[in-house]
Design a protein around this ligand. Structure first.
Ligand code: BES
Ligand code: ZN
Ligand code: ZN
Length: 493
């Protein structure tokens, strides 16, 4: 974890390996103008250049980042992340960040960008082994880790700025935990191992209950059991509760935790399976957010369910045509075992309803169709209540996570209810509106409780190169919006 502090120092005198300097206009170039010109800095959006600090700054290296004249919180987060990644490439382990925050909230955004941008997943890199006798000829390039950052700001001495930096550390720590779980190879994070990892992570403020497959059978969780039936690693349901004294309202969270999605008997083609360790990112987000909300001591009750199974083909796997009896009592005709997320979530949502919350949010890497609709950086928001959907949409904007509302068009209701043999049909034979059909299916399990569904199939995993504060691989998307929703519910009641 990076330690982030605050200082009112001037950029030129700040003590650090690298100085990350936001350049908004020609005026900002100041003593650095000649160096910036020498390295071809034009100030064009997104530009990042690196040059030696020399006599100009105490820092060994200067990383200049082009900034708009009045950067938003999200622009500051991205610039901080971009700056940190460039500083790490220049082997800096300490940075001073001078990005002109307009207020205390922006100081928090910069701290978040630093901690998110510094993330690396190198657990399985041989170069990471301290005592490894390298087999390869060439010594692997030494990867540096960011140790500390000082954010330079005129507000540095205000206690609200310190609080914003503390909050950023908690939230970014949670996002990075979700990223770690998402990046873990799926053979090393099968359902029992994931449930154990969650239990270890939860801390003292959150109560954890784990249901194994026997308990789930007694509790009629036919959806989760049906999806997990093909795997020799049995499914798990993990329930987290945070119930602070004097809580304002109760939010239930449900996460899709498919530790690997092969598609089951409706098996995926090889190429589509390559990244399917990501399919537990919703559960990771829900768990990490719950722990962050508890660490921040937000006055909101949280009940969270991680619905964990491995979707595998085998002689014991659920078949297309099978009927599952869900926790809610509804029967479901399974027609495509690759549409497994809605089956585990159906049970999780039913359990959430039983906890009688005021609101429910589920987070799931649910449909490829959502990636087609919104691209791979934006999550879909669907639900049964326009007002609550607007709360979630607004929270996503504040947190800087790209999301966009999609409707559950009316014809999906009858399609979900069109099974010949069971109460509900799991899969629409037509691909048209796949994200909307999936949400209409989930809606069958939430009753009248205001509910929002976040389809994070696109933004949960970055298979492009790193950008801003977003690394390659697991992104931890959802955590920041969930913490923001809880923050707003705590304030508005
Ligand atoms: N886990 C996938 C969805 C997914 C696709 C996540 C791409 C991330 C990237 C989900 O379980 C799935 O396979 N959905 C099917 C549904 C279809 C069979 C109705 C899909 O999207 O093709
Ligand atoms: Zn699937
Ligand atoms: Zn899936």
């Amino acid at each position: 974890m990076v330690s982030v502090s605050l200082s009112t120092s001037k950029p030129t005198t700040a003590r650090a390996d690298a100085l990350i300097l936001g350049i908004r206009s020609d005026d900002d170039r100041d003593v650095f103008a000649p160096s910036l010109e020498a390295v071809g800095f034009t100030g064009e959006k997104g530009q990042v250049v690196t040059f030696p600090g020399g006599d100009l700054a105490r820092a060994r290296v200067v990383v200049a980042v082009a900034m708009p004249s009045e950067p938003t919180a999200e622009e500051l987060r991205r610039a901080a992340g971009e700056g940190v990644r460039a500083a790490l490439k220049a082997s800096a382990t300490t940075v001073a960040v001078a990005l002109h925050p307009a207020g205390v909230h922006e100081v928090g955004a910069i701290a978040e960008g630093v901690e998110l941008g510094a993330y690396k997943y190198d657990v399985y890199k041989s170069s990471n082994r301290s005592s490894g006798r390298g087999k390869g000829k060439a010594k692997a390039k030494k990867d540096v880790t960011l140790i500390s950052a000082v954010v330079l700001s005129p507000f540095a001495r205000q206690s609200t700025a310190t609080r914003a930096v503390d909050r950023a550390a908690t939230v970014a720590g949670a996002v990075n935990a979700a990223r770690n779980w998402t990046n873990t190879p799926p053979g090393d994070l099968r359902p029992p191992a994931f449930a154990d990892a969650i239990t270890d992570y939860a801390g003292d403020k959150v109560k954890v209950t784990v249901w194994d497959e026997k308990r789930m059978a007694k509790e009629n969780c036919g959806g989760i059991l049906g999806v997990g039936a093909g795997s020799d690693a049995p499914p798990r349901l993990v329930c987290l509760t945070y119930d602070p004294p004097g809580a304002n309202g109760h939010l239930a969270l449900v996460g899709k935790g498919i530790t690997f999605d092969s598609g089951g008997l409706s098996i995926k083609p090889g190429a589509s399976m390559q990244t399917m360790k990501l399919d537990m990112a919703g559960a990771a987000a829900v768990v990490a957010a719950t722990v962050a909300i508890a660490e921040l001591e937000l006055p909101v009750k949280i009940t969270a369910f991680a619905c964990i199974a491995e979707n595998m083909p085998s002689g014991t796997a659920t078949r297309p045509g099978d009927v599952l009896k869900m926790r809610s009592g509804a029967t479901v005709e399974v027609l495509n075992t690759d549409a497994e997320g809605r089956l585990v979530l159906g049970d999780g949502l039913a359990l959430a309803v039983e906890a009688k919350p005021d609101h429910i949010v589920d987070v799931a890497t649910l449909t490829g169709a959502c990636v087609v609709a919104l691209g791979d950086r934006t999550a879909g928001i669907l639900g049964n209540d326009d007002d609550f959907r607007d709360v979630v949409f607004a929270a996503s904007k504040t947190s800087g996570e790209a999301m966009w509302p999609l409707p559950i068009v009316e014809e999906m209701k009858e399609k979900v209810n069109s099974s010949n043999v069971a109460d509900l049909r799991q899969h629409n034979p037509k691909p048209a509106g796949g994200t909307l059909f999936a949400a209409a299916f989930l809606r069958e399990f939430v009753g009248d409780i205001p509910w929002a569904h976040l389809d994070i199939a696109g933004p949960s995993f970055n298979d492009d190169s790193a950008r801003g504060y977003t690394p390659k691989g697991g992104t931890g998307v959802g955590v920041r919006t969930l913490v923001q929703i809880a923050t707003e519910l705590a304030e508005t009641r």
